[in-house]
Design a protein around this ligand. Sequence first.
Ligand code: SF4
Length: 88
Amino acid sequence: MLRFSGSLWSFRIIIRPKNPKDYKFLKNPAIMITVNQETCIGCGTCVALCPQTFRLNDGGKSEVISQDDAECAKGAVASCPVQAITVE
Ligand code: SF4
């Protein structure tokens, strides 16, 4: 179900799956983990810390493969030597 709420100037989109099993895809719907491909030097620290969240791609840069473990990703943010990871 997709529902809009709020006034003309501020509104929220609430996404609520009909099937409760689908919530696993929306574990942290407000969290987005990203890696800046320009900044990443491919050191692999984030991959070592959170292999369920990051992997090194063919270009030797880290990329996000799952949004499910924001807590681990926050640890990777602190460990990234070039601050290429954001969790917001
Ligand atoms: S820790 Fe930072 S620099 Fe190292 S691979 Fe991950 S994103 Fe790239």
